[in-house]
Each structure stands twice: as structure tokens, then as C-alpha cells.
Design a protein around this ligand. Structure first.
Ligand code: MG
Length: 395
């Protein structure tokens, strides 16, 4: 869908799915600084009912939805007399994506965001896309769905947003390689024996990015980068072999694009999610953000190293799943969600996460999904197999 610059100047209405999470909170922070440019049409949250009510009282959306139906009464009571429509349950989250708005911010974590993201695409909306698990578990179907309905996916993930910005300027002709940067996470320099005893607290203490628990653990295993390789393949229509990963601990270069003539173009900035979110929110214009300005002299050195395949097997598993195709990425994503939750609950160790995913990839049936129902069936089977594997490993 083409958006003229004049259209981008008018007030844009935005629905925010997952408004109390890390992406949602940063989005609302930007909107509060640009009230003349944006109006919030809907907010949804999974269980953080008090936070959702507080946000709704501030930005006055038409609709506020809590995903957990048991919290409907609490939300209704908290928003009594405000005139804001209140709803609850998974179908109401999808409904929030279906209501008219120029843009939907897809900030729900995990495959549970799939239906609402598809619903937003189905009405041809602009989707500021932060829910990488959706593209991993339903990649080909989702790309096809977006194309059929003329929707626009605007990547919010910092690496993909960097590539998107480069392509906006330099174009897609003669593209030869995408280079995703990875911080390496909190265990970048840890030996395997130390990683085996890593606690959830250590795994979520990310050195450069402030993010939610699930993505922080994914960053520690480097599964996050594996999911991002799959996300990039779908977003930019390139093969696995055209996507490289390089570890860059300062998180200043957010990703790079190489062209046929050997030129490499990159997007840089301080590690603050408000910059990529702002680019998606105002695209194809730019808006100001309070992100710290990049001071390269102060940063001093930018360093790069190859990822260690032995200590971070998740990256290899994700690449293999992408090459295999069929339902393999769906299995990878579902098993990883189960394994990360089990690790955060202290039911398995840190190194078990990738092993649980590998076991599910070996055991779960994954014929090519022909529909979203097929994706959901493979997802459910992979979750059962991964839970069984977690049970076998439990101390
Ligand atoms: Mg990222």
C-alpha cells in the first residue's frame, strides 16, 4: 500500500495490541510526545489490568480490551464513567485489530498474537510489526495474506527496521546480503559450564537493551537471532544463505545491507527501541524521539565477532528449520516458547532450552501447513512434545 507524504502528515489513528508490554509502553511514550500526530483507537493487554486502565484513562481510546476474560469486571470497574468501551477475551483482542484505524501496532509476544496480526492485515492496515514469533510460525501463509489484502508490514524489530530504513533509501535492486547484528546477550563470554548453571535473573539482565523476559532469554540463548533470521527471510524475501549474523556487543550498528558492488550500508543509533518504533509509526516521515544521541567518540570502539556455534546452538537450529521449511519453523517457535517459560519457572536449566527445541524438531510431525488452522495444530503438537521433554529433564 502506498502512503503519500500528505497522508502521513494528517492525524494517524493507532490500535496498540500488547500496550502494557515493552513495545506498547514505548509506543505510548512516543504518542504522548506527538499528540497532534496520533490518536489511539484501541488498547489491549493480556493480564496487566491496572496498567491498562491507567493507560486508557490517559490516552482515551475508543476501546480497551483485556485478554484474560476473568479480568473483565476489574477493567469495567476501573474505567466506569469514562465512556471507553470495555471488552475481554481473545476474540475481543482480534476485534480491536479489526476496528477501523490507520495502523495497528502488533506488540503481543509469542504465537498468541497471530490471529490479531492476521486480522489487522486482512483489512489492509499498516501493521507496525513487533511480533516476530508470528512470522516465524506462519511465515509463508502470513506473507501471502499480507500480499493478498494489500497490507503494509513495517518492521519494528531494531535489526529489521535498520534494513528497512536502508532499503527505503538505497532500494532493493542489486541486494546481495543482509547482515544482522547481535549483541551476544549476557552470556557472550561465558564458558559452557557456567552457562549450564545460569539463573533466570542472570539471563534477563541484558547488557544493552531493556526488554521483556521472553525476548531477553531468547537473546541470552541467541534463539532471538535465529528467529530474526527467519523473520528477515520472510520480510525481505531472501534465502537463508543470504543472511549473515555478526556479534556486535555495543548494539550501535543495528544491521547492514550489502549490495552487488560491494557497498555495505548500515543504520546506527543508541540502543533505544523508541527510534525504530518512531520510524514505523510515522513512516514514510520521521518524528523526533528522546533517544540519546549517538556520540561515536564517546563509544570509542565498535567491535564485531563471529557467533560461537558451540555455545549458542539455537542459531544453528533456527537456520536448519528455515532451510527445511514445511512446519519446522512453527515447531521451533512453539517448543522455544515452552522451553523459555520452563526455564523462567526454574523447571529446566539454561542449556536445556535449545535441547528441548531440538527434541521437538526431531519428534513433532510437521507437514507443510496449508492454513492457519494447520499452523495452530502443529504449534499445539510441538507444545505438547516440548512439555513432555521438559518433564523428562526436570530435576
Ligand atoms: Mg531484534
Amino acid at each position: 500500500m502506498a502512503v503519500s507524504l500528505a497522508e502521513a502528515e494528517t492525524v494517524r489513528t493507532v490500535a496498540i495490541l500488547g500496550s502494557t508490554g515493552s513495545i506498547g509502553t514505548s509506543t505510548l511514550d512516543l504518542i504522548s510526545r506527538h499528540r497532534d500526530r496520533f490518536r489511539v483507537a484501541a488498547l489491549t493487554a493480556h493480564r496487566s489490568v491496572e496498567r491498562l486502565a491507567e493507560q486508557a484513562r490517559q490516552v482515551r481510546p475508543d476501546l480497551a480490551v483485556i485478554g484474560d476474560p476473568g479480568l473483565y469486571g476489574a477493567l469495567r470497574a476501573a474505567l466506569e464513567g469514562t465512556g471507553i468501551e470495555v471488552a475481554a477475551g481473545p476474540d475481543a483482542v482480534v476485534e480491536a485489530a479489526c476496528r477501523p484505524s490507520d495502523m495497528v501496532v502488533a506488540g503481543i509476544v509469542g504465537a498468541s498474537g497471530l490471529r490479531s496480526t492476521l486480522a489487522a492485515a486482512a483489512r489492509g492496515a499498516m501493521v507496525a510489526f513487533a511480533n516476530k514469533e508470528c512470522l516465524v510460525c506462519a511465515g509463508d501463509l502470513m506473507v501471502e495474506h499480507v500480499r493478498t489484502h494489500g497490507a503494509t508490514l513495517l518492521p519494528v524489530d531494531s535489526e529489521h527496521n535498520a534494513i528497512f530504513q536502508v532499503l527505503d533509501v538505497a532500494g532493493r535492486d542489486h541486494l546481495s546480503r543482509l547482515i544482522l547484528t547481535a549483541s551476544g546477550g549476557p552470556f557472550r563470554t561465558w564458558p559452557r559450564e557456567r552457562m549450564a548453571a545460569a539463573t533466570p535473573e542472570q539471563a534477563v539482565a541484558h547488557p544493552t537493551w531493556d526488554m521483556g523476559a521472553k525476548i531477553s532469554v531468547d537473546s541470552a540463548t541467541m534463539m532471538n537471532k535465529g528467529l530474526e533470521v527467519i523473520e528477515a527471510a520472510h520480510l525481505f524475501g531472501v534465502d537463508e544463505g543470504m543472511i549473515d549474523v555478526v556479534v556486535h556487543p555495543q548494539s550501535v550498528v543495528h544491521s547492514l545491507v550489502e549490495y552487488d558492488d560491494g557497498s555495505v550500508l548500515a543504520q546506527l543509533g543508541s540502543p533505544d527501541m523508541r527510534t525504530p518504533i518512531a520510524y514505523a509509526l510515522a513512516w514514510p516521515r520521521r518524528i523526533t524521539t528522546p533517544s540519546q544521541r549517538l556520540d561515536l567518540a564517546r563509544v570509542g570502539a565498535l567491535t564485531f565477532e563471529a557467533p560461537d556455534a558451540n555455545r549458542f546452538p539455537a542459531l544453528r537450529l533456527a537456520r536448519a528449520a528455515l532451510r527445511e521449511g514445511r512446519g519446522a519453523p512453527t515447531v521451533l517457535n512453539a517448543a522455544n516458547e515452552v522451553a523459555v517459560a520452563a526455564f523462567l519457572d526454574r523447571r529446566i536449566g539454561f542449556l536445556d532450552i535449545a535441547e528441548v527445541v531440538e527434541a521437538a524438531l526431531a519428534h513433532t510431525e510437521h507437514a507443510p501447513p496449508a492454513s492457519i488452522e494447520d499452523v495452530e495444530a502443529i504449534d499445539a503438537a510441538a507444545r505438547r512434545d516440548a512439555e513432555a521433554e521438559v518433564g523428562r529433564r526436570r530435576a
